[in-house]
Design a protein around this ligand. Structure first.
Ligand SMILES: Cc1cc2nc3c(=O)[nH]c(=O)nc-3n(C[C@H](O)[C@H](O)[C@H](O)COP(=O)(O)OP(=O)(O)OC[C@H]3O[C@@H](n4cnc5c(N)ncnc54)[C@H](O)[C@@H]3O)c2cc1C
Length: 406
């Protein structure tokens, strides 16, 4: 059992961001502990789409390739065909050079956490955090009784480290400490929150040979879109959009989407989750020693909702910033913020502009404008949404449309 004060870094959350940061830090010789409240393999609501840039990063960090991931059954499904439409009409059905890749997050997240464990990262699973002190870089965990249940009366076990990383998702308790200190306003975060709802359809309930390619559909939800992502054993059917633009209409909208797909022969179970869907207005560092990465810092593409790549990328940036400047907290803070500014934020800002064009201006013209854009620029759009190209590239290439949407 790990004991306190033995760690250079404590990571709260062992999802994609946490396990990637844990893996890299341990590999670099930094003693790291990951604490997660869930027992893995654990469920995570997600479309499970992995882009090409995400795949490149998996290779760079973990040495895993498309073929090795397929061999290990980590990739559940891949196809080069896709469809973008408007309420299942007026769509574009096409194919691409590189496939759309889908994973089951239960399997994928467990695989990455196992990688961190295998390299020597200490991991505490099923551990509830009693409190966090970001001034002292300290977390207190509830003790467990002999029967495995939490001892809510106990003083708790204290773990201290030089650095603390908040990788605990959209409802981050580490970020909550930033609010408490008045480091940023909660309403700046809430303005940019999207609500997502998903359901899963077992392939056994479908006719064989149907629903073989992903479908993205507009006009079902405002400032967002609906999706049907195929997996080997199931379909992931969901939608998400900015919460403030949709007045709690998400569950009805999912029923609408399911019936447009003709999948409503059986009652469906729906699950919801929040997602940050805008430019992160928060400084994700406190005092050179507390860092927010992944969903905890709001690092999600504000057009496509892609967060898997940014969870890994921000984890990589924080791990290398710590390693390169281990003895100087100010330099670590500077390095992380600089890298975010140079690598991560420009893409998020361009995506946000394109979103305005697609969902804001597009909706005013009943998506006719979007239809023209998609038809004219299908290849470019897909190359960007798959991560083959950057939003910066799209901006340069396409008549400065993004400048127009500034
Ligand atoms: C419906 C939906 C569909 C999506 N589809 C896609 C997609 O197709 N492609 C894509 O790239 N992205 C997608 N995303 C975004 C993507 O899921 C997230 O960006 C990604 O999971 C972020 O990873 P993370 O590690 O930062 O957070 P998470 O995956 O949320 O992991 C956080 C971890 O922290 C743990 N934790 C939380 N609180 C505590 C606590 N108090 N103490 C200890 N541990 C704690 C949790 O148990 C969890 O394991 C989707 C999101 C949603 C909601």
């Amino acid at each position: 059992m790990p004991t306190s004060a033995d760690y250079d870094v404590i990571i709260v959350g062992g999802g994609i961001a946490g396990s990637t940061a844990g893996y890299l830090l341990t590999k670099l010789g930094i003693k790291t502990l990951i604490v997660d409240k869930a027992l893995f393999p654990r469920k995570k609501l997600c479309g499970g789409m992995i882009t090409l840039k995400s795949l490149h990063l998996i290779k760079k960090i973990f040495g895993e390739t498309y073929s090795s991931l397929k061999e290990k059954n980590i990739i559940s499904y891949a196809t080069k065909d896709f469809e973008i439409n408007f309420r299942m009409a007026n769509g574009v059905i096409s194919n691409t050079e590189y496939p759309f890749i889908f994973v089951d997050r239960t399997v994928y997240d467990n695989f990455l956490l196992q990688k961190a464990k295998d390299i020597g990262t200490d991991v505490l699973e099923g551990q509830k955090i009693k409190s966090i002190d970001i001034d002292e870089c300290k977390v207190v965990l509830f003790d467990k009784k002999s029967d495995g249940t939490l001892d809510e009366e106990s003083e708790g076990r204290i773990f201290e480290a030089d650095f603390l990383i908040g990788a605990d998702g959209v409802n981050s308790i580490v970020r909550r400490e930033f609010y408490r200190k008045g480091l940023f306003k909660r309403k700046d975060w809430e303005r940019n929150v999207a609500t997502t709802v998903e359901t899963f359809i077992d392939r056994k309930d479908l006719e064989k040979g149907t629903f073989l390619h992903p479908i993205m559909s507009m006009g079902i939800i405002k400032y967002g879109f609906a999706w049907m992502f195929p997996n080997k054993e199931k379909l992931v059917v969901g939608l998400g959009g900015l919460t403030r633009k949709n007045r709690g209409n998400f569950v009805n909208a999912l029923d609408d989407w399911v019936s447009l797909l003709n999948l409503n022969s059986k009652p469906i179970e729906k699950e919801g989750h929040l997602l940050h869907y805008g430019i992160p207005r928060i400084k994700p560092v406190y005092d050179g020693k507390i860092f927010l990465i992944g969903d905890a810092g709001g690092f999600v593409c504000p057009l496509t909702g892609e967060g898997i790549y940014l969870a890994k990328k921000t984890a990589e940036l924080v791990a290398t910033s710590i390693y390169n400047n281990l003895i100087d907290k100010k330099s670590i803070e500077k390095a992380y913020l600089w890298n975010l500014k140079k690598i991560v934020l420009p893409e998020i800002k361009s995506a946000k502009r394109l979103r305005f064009l697609c969902f804001g201006v597009g909706r005013l013209f009943n998506y006719k404008l979007l239809k023209i854009l998609v038809k004219r620029l299908t290849k470019s759009f897909i190359e960007v949404s798959q991560g083959q190209r950057s939003f910066k590239w799209l901006k340069k290439r396409n008549f400065d449309l993004l400048e127009f949407a500034k």
